[in-house]
Design a binder for this molecule. Structure first.
Ligand SMILES: [Zn+2]
Length: 288
């Protein structure tokens, strides 16, 4: 199991913001102290603008680099936010590369990315790491890449970037109504959305995941990218869903059983249980 992280991702924060450094630092601590998973740690790959510009406009990239003003109320400017977002992308690209070598890989970095659209930062996200990794995979030999986004919020940015891309297929399972309010129906030829009502019992939530996995299998991807958000957890402060740690273990196990090379990257997850939820998911991925 390869975990890609960089301690510099804990160097920025806003008072009271739920997307905080402890999400990563506490998870790293938890993963270092546990004994069940054998972990190889590595740093994110370097990223050039060319890879970013497959997913984003020049204007948007320039705005993130300059970061002269807050992007929106949820998505503040921070000194060096471009370098932080660039390392998150590098984590996704490293996870992709590791997966191609037959490893199980997870990118444990912040900021997340799945709300960032081609031209806009929003929802704690600046640049869309998963979309950039998918487009990189397609540019370097992958024929069909599926994104499985189980964050409790709709992956609107990933959808917008991959919409009708013949090499990509996108699945998002998310609470509705909830931020950002999109994802109520399928879009285009390749974006499949599974809105779930607040407080849906976890057994039913899993059935929705099963439906999405069944569609994903039909798409016959040669690679799967998982936008792993842990905010559908029962005690997450930003949503009203019901999942427990064992459901995230089941998600990992189900991804493993797809039998397709798959890499995962952290999106959301704001409860104090985040380290346990990530560990449960990783154990499932690793067959433990
Ligand atoms: Zn989320």
């Amino acid at each position: 199991m390869r975990i890609i992280t960089d301690e510099r991702c804990t160097d920025y924060s806003s008072p009271g913001h739920p997307e905080r450094p402890a999400r990563i630092s506490r998870t790293v601590e938890r993963l270092r102290e546990q004994k069940e998973l054998a972990i190889d740690w590595s740093a994110p790959a370097a990223v050039n603008d060319e890879a970013i510009l497959r997913a984003h406009t020049k204007e948007h990239l320039a705005r993130v680099k300059a970061a002269v003003e807050d992007f929106d109320g949820d998505t503040p400017r921070h000194p060096g936010i471009f370098e932080h977002a660039q390392r998150s992308i590098g984590g996704a690209l490293s996870a992709l590369a590791a997966t191609r070598k037959g490893e199980v890989a997870f990118s444990l970095l912040r900021p997340p990315g799945h709300h960032a659209t081609r031209e806009r930062a929003m929802g704690f996200c600046y640049l869309n790491s998963v979309a950039i990794a998918v487009l990189e995979a397609l540019a370097t030999g992958a024929k069909k890449v599926a994104v499985f986004d189980f964050d409790v919020h709709h992956g609107n940015g990933t959808e917008a970037i991959l919409l009708n891309n013949p090499g990509a297929v996108f699945f998002s399972i998310h609470q509705h109504p909830c931020y950002p309010g999109t994802g109520t129906a399928n879009v285009g030829r390749n974006c499949f959305n599974y809105p779930v009502a607040p407080r849906t019992p976890r057994e039913e939530y899993r059935k929705v995941f099963e439906r999405a996995f069944a569609e994903l299998r039909k798409a016959k991807p040669d690679l799967v990218a998982v936008s792993a958000g842990f905010d559908a957890y029962a005690r997450d402060p930003l949503a009203q869903e019901t999942l427990e740690a064992e459901d995230f273990h089941w998600l990992g196990e189900t991804v493993r059983k797809l039998g397709v090379p798959a890499f995962s990257l952290l999106e959301g997850g704001y409860s104090t249980a985040l380290p346990e939820l990530i560990l449960a998911y990783l154990k499932g991925l690793d067959g433990k």
